[in-house]
Design a protein around this ligand. Structure first.
Ligand code: GLN
Length: 488
């Protein structure tokens, strides 16, 4: 066990007591990063991280992030550091500024040690479409299983024990799904709670800065630093930021929790169903009131299709600036249109091209009513149904993924009827902009699997408290492969 394997507060205490220094932590994180074989990194920032760690003054008593190493998904702009979003179209692009989330972490003297791989431009959920190839699940050393995506490298880096936390982004489930497959806490706040300035947009009406930790407490600590209005992001909320500091005595007593029948019905993994049902009983023992309700099968079945239409439509217009002239490698051709076509043909993988075609097709005048506006109406219905449920209940509780991490040949980004609901319901949180958190529930043959809690908008504090109470029930805290020997 090294200091890197502890919670942020524990590392902070070790730093205060002089048991370890930021430079030692940074060096160890860099060694672990270099030894990692999961293809988690776009770039390991050895020189930058060492010089930043060396430049730090005395440990700041009330700054819990001081000297803590972390990594960020490569769709966060980092000043002076190439940022590609794992897309060939952005090879060589070096931002002139830091994303606000990165800037805040730097101000708090957390040490960025690497940029991590993602599904290209954050589209996709398998960790297979980035320009560096597959990212592997650290729990499967034979490299046959995915870690999920799109924040694949960030999930792998935390699960491999390289860093205590990692920034990701969540537009449909891109942090909360890999968190389930990698045995991590994956948290997305309310839409607008954390500034997205400098995060490459995918579908701005759904995008959130999100992150992985190994403890629910650490998720609270990070929100204290990251939440808040940012004049550079006009969609960031002006709502007062609460103190999200972890509760010492989190409790589920009196909490009303809705379980969605259709999600449970669509679970194909028996052990997952059993463990999930066991957890309901445990929560009841802690004084929670649980009720299984119907959301509406049709609405849930239409989630994925609506999500793909809305997110692809937004993505195609937001990524129109990737034309081979403004950023990355220049396209060849005599006219703007030829050069753009060349750059985009060479620069994007088939997944991206497919999504742009879906997006443009849905936005065409003759299709708009039938596709884009229909998807928007579906989103409005989903949001209003969620509103009804969250009037009666404090949280919605569900299995985060239908099964443990799939094998690479079992996985696809295309629409499939199998697990249509169980695999896509996390998008509920994005459609309505709600805070949502995945935490580990159990390990099946050594592979982790998580559960998800979603709460009311801007009630992150309540959600994090409930998640901590649930974490106390599962007892699965601080998971990483470094603890594998100790795991059942
Ligand atoms: N898996 C979803 C998709 O393919 C979600 C991506 C995300 O949240 N960035 O779009």
């Amino acid at each position: 066990m090294s200091f890197l394997d502890l919670s942020i507060r524990e590392i902070h205490e070790a730093l205060l007591e002089g048991k370890v220094t930021p430079l030692e932590l940074t060096k160890e994180a860099l060694e672990r990063a270099k030894a990692n074989k999961d293809n988690a990194f776009e770039k390991i920032l050895e020189e930058e991280a060492l010089s930043f760690a060396k430049s730090l003054g005395p440990i700041e008593k009330d700054n819990l992030l001081f000297g803590i190493p972390f990594v960020a998904k490569d769709n966060f702009s980092t000043e002076g550091i190439e940022t590609t979003a794992s897309s060939n179209i952005l090879n060589g692009y070096v931002p002139l500024f830091d994303a606000t989330a990165i800037a805040k972490l730097k101000e708090h003297k957390a040490v960025l040690i690497g940029k991590t791989t993602l599904d290209e431009l954050a589209m996709g959920g398998t960790g297979t479409s980035g320009h560096l190839g597959y990212t592997y699940n650290p729990y499967d050393p034979t490299h046959t299983r995915e870690v999920g995506g799109s924040s694949c490298g960030s999930a792998a880096a935390v699960a491999a024990g390289i860093v205590p936390f990692a920034l990701g982004s969540d537009t449909g489930d891109s942090v909360r799904k890999p968190a389930s497959l990698a045995g991590l806490v994956g948290f997305k706040p309310t839409w607008g709670r954390i500034s997205r300035w400098g995060l490459f947009p995918f579908a701005p009406s759904l995008d959130t800065v999100a992150y992985f930790t190994r403890y629910v407490d650490d998720a609270s600590i990070l929100l204290n630093v990251l939440a808040g209005r940012d004049e550079k992001d006009s969609t960031s909320s002006t709502k007062t930021v609460e103190d999200y500091s972890p509760s010492e005595t989190p409790s589920l007593a009196g909490k009303r929790i809705a379980v969605l029948k259709e999600i449970n019905d669509s679970l194909i993994d028996e052990e997952n169903r059993q463990k999930f049902n066991d957890s309901l009983k445990e929560m009841e023992k802690e004084g929670a009131y649980l009720e299984t309700i119907e959301f509406g099968r049709e609405l849930l079945e239409s989630l994925y299709a609506s999500y793909i239409v809305i997110s692809s439509a937004e993505a195609t217009s937001n990524n129109a600036n990737l034309d081979g002239l403004k950023f990355g490698p220049r396209g060849e051709g005599k006219t703007y249109s030829e050069a753009m076509m060349d750059a985009r043909t060479k620069g994007f993988s088939t997944l991206i091209k497919r999504r742009f075609v879906i997006g443009s097709y849905s936005l065409m005048r003759e299709n708009r009513e039938e596709l884009f506006l229909r998807a928007q109406r579906c989103r409005a219905k989903v949001t209003s149904r969620l509103g009804e449920i969250l009037k009666d209940f404090d949280f919605i509780y569900a299995p985060a993924t239908p099964s443990i991490a799939p094998r690479f040949n079992e996985t696809s980004d295309k629409l499939s009827a199998l697990s249509l609901i169980a695999d896509n319901h996390l998008v509920l949180g994005n459609f309505a902009g709600l805070p949502s958190i995945t935490i580990p529930l159990f390990l099946e043959n050594g592979m982790p699997i998580g559960v998800n809690l979603t709460g009311r908008a801007f009630e992150e504090k309540e959600l994090l408290n409930a998640a901590k109470a649930l974490e106390n029930i599962t007892g699965l805290k601080g998971l990483s492969i470094r603890m594998k020997g100790e795991l059942k």
